[in-house]
Ligand binder design. Structure first.
Ligand code: ADE
Length: 402
């Protein structure tokens, strides 16, 4: 829904999206809000703001009528009237758009974008029809068309078939937590700059290693925020140093791993200081005492050396973690996943995993509230763990949600 349909049509109907539309994989239509104005003569869609203030406001009626007409037209009238149509209002006041939101929206059959102009839109029509408020970043544009087009592009390329194999094989920035590695094409030397020799070596394993290192380095340098996410996902916390133990440099570690006995086998850990330093340490010994593991690192022999590590995390590399059987997951990997029902309606987020003597119990914090619901992690309830899309599909047993 826009006041500038040509801008949107022309912007989207080229290149990859144009091709996908021709193939019938996606379709889009820019609907002119002005066509739904009740003002036959001037086709007015805006008016002054109650309470004063500069600028004009888009009125509720043309937008609402435009929305109703779209809803009736979808699938030649086949749109289930009971179902709420997903309507995205693009606004700098929204949640900032990201790859996860793009993936979520790509699963919708129909999406409507409302592009605002002037000083904004009458609040009442937003309350009536909008399901998502989304921004493309913390800056203000002159209208919602460009942001809507940005989102439509990001969403459409995730629809199966829209990208051909070559295009989708392009390593995805943001699909993992790392940015892409640098790439080079011919010639081997340009303006005195050479292609890194490893890429010419023909040794695929070395090339892959080099590329991975570049991804990590680049992310650390350019996007420290993403690097933190990567660390969270790639490293496993095994414990937190609670206090020193004795005078010989031992520490009491509170184990946070699902299997504290693994301390016995651990040889190397990384210690993360509050200041963000990472220190590689070798474990000389580990013994259990009450709820703690008393750990001695090879590097330290004196209480004074370890005093400053109180509260620091100990982690291990994912590849050193215990191997899992198919269908097994680390708690850390599941936390924060969306929980959806069998119709793929989002119910909430996994916020805690409680380990009981028998099955685990998942704590779900309901969407739009702080309320918690407890779901037994048994196969009658947990239908699928979709790691790629970070969601858990559950069967909603009677009485679970009310
Ligand atoms: N409209 C104006 N600025 C915008 C932004 N940054 N994101 C989404 N919609 C907008």
């Amino acid at each position: 829904m826009t006041l500038f349909p040509e801008m949107v049509e022309q912007g989207l109907d080229t290149s990859i999206l144009g091709r996908a539309r021709d193939k019938g994989l996606i379709d889009f239509e820019a609907v002119n809000i002005r066509d739904y104005s009740n003002d036959i003569k001037h086709r007015k869609v805006d008016d002054y703001t109650y309470g004063g203030g500069a600028g004009m406001l888009m009125q509720a009626q043309p937008i609402y009528d435009c929305y109703t007409a779209i809803k009736e037209r979808i699938g030649d009238g086949s749109f289930d009237k009971e179902k709420k149509l997903r309507v995205v209002y693009v606004t700098p006041q929204g949640a900032v758009f990201n790859q996860k939101m793009a993936a979520d929206m790509a699963r919708e059959e129909d999406l409507v974008f409302l592009c605002g102009h002037y000083e904004g839109v009458d609040e009442r029509v937003l309350q009536e029809i909008v399901t998502d408020y989304v921004s493309i970043g913390d800056y203000v544009l002159t209208g919602g068309e460009l942001p809507a087009m940005v989102m439509i592009d990001a969403i459409s390329r995730l629809v199966p078939g829209v990208l051909n194999n070559d295009e989708s094989a392009q390593t995805e920035s943001f699909s993992g937590h790392l940015l892409e590695y640098p790439q080079y094409s011919r010639p081997e030397e340009w303006m005195g700059r050479k292609v890194p020799a490893i890429l010419l070596s023909g040794d695929h394993r070395k090339v892959d290693d080099w590329r991975h290192k570049q991804c990590v380095l680049r992310t650390k340098e350019r996007r420290p925020d993403l690097y933190m996410e990567y660390m969270k996902a790639e490293r496993f916390q095994v414990g937190v140093i609670a206090s020193t133990h004795g005078l010989q440099g031992e520490v009491n570690v509170f184990p946070t791993t699902e299997d504290p006995a693994r301390f016995k086998k651990l040889k190397k850990v990384k210690l993360h200081t509050q200041r963000g330093e990472e220190i590689d340490l070798d474990i000389a010994s580990a013994r259990f005492f009450k709820k703690f593991v008393i750990v001695k690192f090879k590097q330290f022999d004196n209480i004074n050396d370890v005093e400053r590590f109180k509260g620091c995390e100990l982690t291990i590399d994912r590849k050193d973690a215990i191997k899992l059987a198919p269908g097994e997951y680390y708690c850390a990997d599941l936390m924060g996943m969306a929980i959806v029902d069998e119709e793929e309606k989002e119910l909430g987020t996994l916020t805690e995993i409680l380990q009981t003597g028998a099955n685990d119990v998942y704590e779900m914090t309901l969407k739009d509230s702080e309320e918690k619901v407890y779901i037994p992690a048994i196969k009658e309830c947990i239908k699928q763990i979709d790691v790629e899309n970070r969601r858990i599909i559950i069967h909603v047993m009677e009485g679970l949600l009310n």
